[in-house]
Design a protein around this ligand. Structure first.
Ligand SMILES: NC(=O)c1ccc[n+]([C@@H]2O[C@H](COP(=O)([O-])OP(=O)(O)OC[C@H]3O[C@@H](n4cnc5c(N)ncnc54)[C@H](O)[C@@H]3O)[C@@H](O)[C@H]2O)c1
Length: 400
């Protein structure tokens, strides 16, 4: 019988999310069967140990009996149990320097590492992630910041609500001014943003209309790859080609700067992809964006005035439009930026439920049946402490 362990999150600041909720555990134990679940006790997890106990899991500090260990964030080196199979977000696949020591420790301890971020469908689409609730929370915070700046409406904090259902109830009676919002991206984050747009009764309009006219009700435009990028020479957009060679493309976002009050950024971005606009664009007299919820959240990335992460407690900072330097929020000369890297932690129970649903549907059933799945194979960075062929490019990073 396979034993699954849910480890306590110990990366600092501590994370309140978890890979499986008590309801998921109950379902696995009673409906699927063929497994035991051990829960390492935790005070920061969003579900209480007793809820897991009631669901039939075993609460214990001894995880050495487990075959598969599930976490969320990077596992502290000292806590890694030799020769185990771990699933978590290791943030090592790009050779991230801050996790090189973790990589070395996993190699020394003969660990098998399946990274959630590398679990992909055949066509390269990510299978599991927390993006949807990042989009939900980020969009709420963007609207909240705009409300605070303009004093035209007021929204509370997400984390003060017990869960998503309670958050939605706070939107009852909300009346927004005639604002124009741009939403970018087409993945989970973008879907979360669109959910909030719909719940707040913001109407979708087409790009041409958005750029050409004003509206006497709040509207949003949804810009995906083909709306945002064009090949520099061919003047076309092809998704696969753009993903492979984004440096050959230019960005079409600039005209939206003059017609947008709030920008909700949910695109995928890396250094080769052109930015949405340049820092100098903010100096233009017709630059109208007042609030940017940069949910993508890369410092100096697709949003040049993302000057680093803010915190859940203090999520908004201002950026002076002339100097691109940080200011207090809500100044007339600044644009407000909401850039928080752990947005789903504001709704940890819902985010965990969403994550666990996908984990069970696409991953755990294969693991439980002990069937080898090509999807899990492709997400295995280390097997028994050795880099797998697919991740051979990390050879120098892994060497020590
Ligand atoms: N601030 C936060 O708390 C938080 C939380 C989750 C995700 N994020 C970030 O938000 C961004 C979007 O996340 P998501 O969950 O929507 O991702 P996703 O994987 O669900 O979707 C990404 C989208 O980008 C496209 N894409 C994938 N690979 C690409 C490539 N190489 N080049 C161009 N486009 C590509 C995909 O087609 C997909 O439509 C990511 O940068 C992610 O790191 C932030």
């Amino acid at each position: 019988m396979l034993t699954i362990g849910l480890i306590k999150e110990e990366k600092i600041p501590s994370d309140n999310r978890v890979a499986l909720t008590p309801a998921h555990c109950k379902w696995l134990l009673t409906k699927v069967g063929g497994c035991r679940i051990v829960i390492e006790p935790s005070e920061s997890r969003c579900f209480a140990d007793e809820d897991y106990e009631r669901a039939g899991a075993i609460i214990s500090n001894n995880l050495s009996v487990c075959d598969v260990l599930l976490g969320i964030k990077e596992v502290p080196v000292a806590k890694l149990i030799p020769n185990k199979t771990y699933l978590f977000f290791s943030h090592t696949k790009k050779g991230q320097p801050h996790n090189q020591q973790l990589m070395h420790a996993m190699i020394d301890k003969g660990i098998t590492l399946v990274d959630y971020e590398c679990l992909e469908h055949e066509d390269g689409q990510r299978i599991i992630g927390f993006g949807f609730f990042a989009g939900v929370v980020g969009a709420h915070n963007g609207m909240m910041a705009y409300g605070n700046r303009t004093k035209t409406f007021s929204l509370g904090r997400v984390y003060q609500n017990k869960d998503y259902r309670h958050l939605i109830n706070t939107y009852f009676g909300l009346k927004l001014p005639n604002i124009k919002i741009t939403v970018t991206g087409s993945g989970r984050v973008a879907h979360g943003i669109l959910e909030i747009m719909n719940l707040m009764d913001v109407q979708e309009v087409e790009p041409e209309e958005y750029l050409q006219r004003s509206f006497n009700y709040p509207v949003y435009v949804h810009l995906k790859g083909a709306d945002l990028y064009i090949h520099k020479n061919k003047r076309t957009y092809q998704r696969a080609e753009f993903h492979a060679n984004p440096e050959e493309y230019e960005c079409l976002f600039e005209p939206y700067c003059a017609h947008t009050d709030i920008l909700m950024n949910g695109i995928y971005w890396d250094k080769r992809i052109p930015r949405l606009f340049e820092p100098e664009t903010m100096q233009n007299s017709d630059f109208n964006i007042q609030t940017i919820a940069d949910i993508t959240d890369d410092t100096g990335g697709s949003i040049p005035c993302n000057l680093g992460d803010a915190t859940i407690t203090n999520p908004v900072y201002g950026v002076d439009k002339m100097t691109n330097t940080k200011t207090a929020p809500y100044l007339p000369t600044s644009v407000d930026v909401v850039a928080v890297g752990n947005l789903p932690n504001e709704l940890p129970c819902d985010a965990s439920r969403y994550f666990g649903d996908q984990l069970i549907k696409y991953v755990l059933e294969d693991i439980l049946k002990k069937e080898s799945s090509s999807m899990i194979e492709r997400a295995t960075i280390l097997r028994n402490g050795y880099l797998t062929e697919r991740f051979g490019y990390l050879k120098d990073y892994a060497a020590h």
